[in-house]
Structures are given as C-alpha cells and as structure tokens.
Design a protein. Structure first.
Length: 373
C-alpha cells in the first residue's frame, strides 16, 4: 500500500509524535509511507523541521498564518487541499484540520473514500470556529481510530460514530531505563500551556511543598496550544506570585535527546491534566524509570493503576498532588514499586503492535473498495 500520513504541525505534540512513530513502524512493515505536515509560511526560510529526524520521506506544506482562528484554519485546510498528491491508496489524518481537508477531497472525488482519522481525544473548544472544525470532522465519513477504550465509548455514545481502538506505542529503548532511587532533584512536567494540561496545579503544589520544607525545582517543557493565546508570561506571573522565583524553569522547546535526559534525571513526573487521550508523556516517564503522578481522566485510567505503576490525584487537587509527591519522595518501597511496575507496563505497548493493527484497518478499506468495484 501507498500511505499518506498527515499532521498539522512538526512540533513534539502528542498527535505529531504519534504520526512520526506510527509512520516509521508502518514503513518497517514494508509499506510505502510518506509523512505530510503543515508549516507557517513565515517560518519557511528557517531551519524549522520535525522535532527529530525521521526515517520516512516527509513533505512540508506551507500555509499563511493569521491571528484570527477562522482565517488560520481556512488557510491550513486550503493549503492541504491544494498541495496533497492524489495518488495514495490510504490517507490518514491525525487531527481535525487534516481530516477536514481529506473530506473536501473525497467530496470532490479527487481521492478515494473512505479516509482514516485517529481521534486522540475530543475537546470542547471555547473558540467557535475551532470547535466547529473538530465537531464537523468527527461527523465525516471517515474510518475512525481511537487511542483508548474511553474515547471509543465517548465517540459512540455522544457522536454515534464507530471506531477501532489502537493503543499508542513507545520505543522504550531510547530512554535507557534508569531506576536509580536517589533521583529526587526536580519535578518534571511535559505538556502544553493550554488549560487542559494543568501546569498551574504543579506550580501551586510546588509552592505547598516549599512551605513544607521541601525546596524542589520544577522543570516544565510546555508549548503554547493551537490558538497560541497561552503565554509564558502568565505562568511567570504565577511563579512570582507563589514566591518560586529561581525554582521553576519553563522551556518551550527542547530537542529529542534533551527530553530523554530530563526524563532520566527527574525525581517525579507530574501531569495533572484535566483531559487526556492516552498519555504518551506518561509512557515516556515510565520508560525512563521516573515515578508518575497524574489524573484519573480519559484514557489514563487504562494506562495507570493507582498505587501500582503511578499515583492518581483528582483534577485540581493541589494538596493531593503535593501529598503524592511527598509520598514518592519519602516512601522508598512505594517509589521502587512505581518505577518497576511502570517499566513493565510500557512493555505491552509498542509501535510495531500499533502498526500491525493499523495495517489491518487499511487492508479492510482496500478490500471493501475492491468489492464495490
């Protein structure tokens, strides 16, 4: 099969990481795969590329960036519609923007339906046009893949859409598992600045830990969300208000090798998310031997078992986050169990397994097409 994998960005966000790794795993299975991504036209002259080198061919499609969401979405979709080749057997979108573009092309009869869409999560955006893009794409005639049983059930119950569950994978080998019990130097957060990720809860929990006489540091790898209305200034102000100046470092971008080292050196990984599709960053922390504290939301409940391979704290419970961090720091038996069970957990999830199940879905599409003809 000749497969086109589409994603809206080249930054290391969940859907992009998924697209790159799945594309490479599909290529190893012997199929021809090409990765397509969007890029702002004002960044075209820079050396901006994917967050890491890829083992599959890639094509970057530039679009004109506008601060107003509707114009920006239209520009992104139009650029894909005008630039995508029409000769692939399978088109696989990783987000609503690429999904919309593929639905336009199938509607015009320029590519064969159905196309494929991975639904990582379903977010109720406050921005009207972004929400319309997401909701409209979900109702399209695409073969849908969900990354957890939770989102499979939500898609069916709330949108009357069927889907196949294909869990995320991870390349555990690149994280060089380090189970050292004395890695207690700093807390690590990896996610976005958007509200659903809960970075503010980590900062507030850190303030509580400082008041308890535990002067830990926080390293947060956090990028602005799609709308880019979230700014580092807001979090800097919160840090100062909490009296944590010098104890918090927020980095909007790190390379692939540096993020691995952060996971390896961190004492605790905390992701107090309000909503999550699955939790790729959680898997990365487990792979590196870093104890996890997170929220019992979305697909996380299928990945993390409280007290076994991680600690679960209800959304917004700042005291609960601080208490959980203290438990990990002071209870060596708990810490050792979280590390050991976390590493064993991710052994069950590989990109090879994800690729094989995805190929079965592709094959079903091709067979259905041939039977109609």
């Amino acid at each position: 099969m000749k497969i086109a994998m589409l994603t809206y960005s080249m930054r290391p966000r969940g859907g992009v990481v998924h697209a790159v790794n799945l594309a490479e795993a599909l290529s190893k299975c012997g199929d021809e795969i090409h990765l397509f991504s969007l890029r702002r036209s004002d960044e075209a002259d820079s050396e901006t590329g994917f967050y890491r080198s890829t083992a599959v061919p890639t094509t970057v499609i530039d679009f004109d960036w506008y601060p107003e969401t509707r114009e920006r979405l239209d520009s992104m979709v139009d650029s894909l519609v005008n630039s995508l080749p029409r000769d692939f057997d399978i088109y696989h979108a990783q987000d609503c923007v690429c999904d919309r573009a593929l639905q336009i092309l199938t509607g015009k009869g320029e590519i064969a339906p159905p196309t494929v869409r991975t639904v990582h999560h379903i977010e109720g955006f406050s921005d009207r046009y972004l929400n319309d893009c997401e909701q409209g794409a979900l109702l399209g005639d695409t073969v849908k893949i969900t990354v957890s049983r939770y989102w499979h059930d939500i898609l069916k119950k709330e949108h009357e859409q069927e889907s196949e569950v294909v869990y995320n994978g991870i390349d555990a080998s690149k994280f060089e598992y380090r189970p050292s019990m004395d890695r207690k130097g700093f807390i690590l957060f990896v996610g976005g600045m958007e509200g659903r990720k809960g970075l503010e809860f980590v900062i507030e929990a850190l303030e509580m830990l400082h008041r308890r006489g535990r002067p830990l540091r926080l390293v947060a790898v956090a990028k602005p969300g799609f709308r880019r209305v979230e700014t580092i200034d807001w979090f800097d102000h919160l840090v100062e208000r909490c009296g944590l100046g010098g104890s918090v470092e927020i980095m909007e971008s790190v390379d692939d090798r540096e993020i691995v080292k952060l996971y390896q050196d961190a004492g605790i990984f905390i992701l107090p998310t309000r909503m999550e599709g699955w939790g790729l960053a959680i898997m990365e922390a487990m792979a590196a031997g870093c104890p996890v504290i997170t929220s019992p939301v979305g697909g996380i409940n299928e990945l993390v078992k409280d007290g076994e391979n991680g600690l679960l704290v209800n959304v917004g419970d700042v005291k609960g986050i601080a208490d959980a961090a203290e438990r990990v720091l002071t209870d060596d038996l708990l810490r050792a169990r979280l590390i050991e069970k976390g590493r064993k957990t991710i052994d069950r999830y590989t990109w090879e397994n994800a690729a094989k199940k995805t190929l079965d879905i592709y094959s079903g599409i091709i067979t259905a097409r041939e039977s109609r003809n």
